[in-house]
Design a protein around this ligand. Sequence first.
Ligand code: FES
Length: 86
Amino acid sequence: MPILSVAFPEEAGLEDLDMYVCVCEAATEEHVQQCISAGARTAKHVALGCGAGRGRGCGMCRDRIKSMIEQHYATVVECEAEPISA
Ligand code: FES
């Protein structure tokens, strides 16, 4: 009997699956990342943009959304801090 293993999603052909960040609003990582890339700087901005973490939901996703925002802007700041060599 075959056993399905998803320990390595790429081996199972699952690498293109997008994880849900907010189950209540069916918002995926891609949805949230698009909001952040478009300029969302707070969880409220993301909620307005794609619904993730909206007030009527449970709120379980807000820490993840805040983490994604922090990670995005930390990366942007790191990139901006690179000196330009002539
Ligand atoms: S999981 Fe996002 S509001 Fe419930």
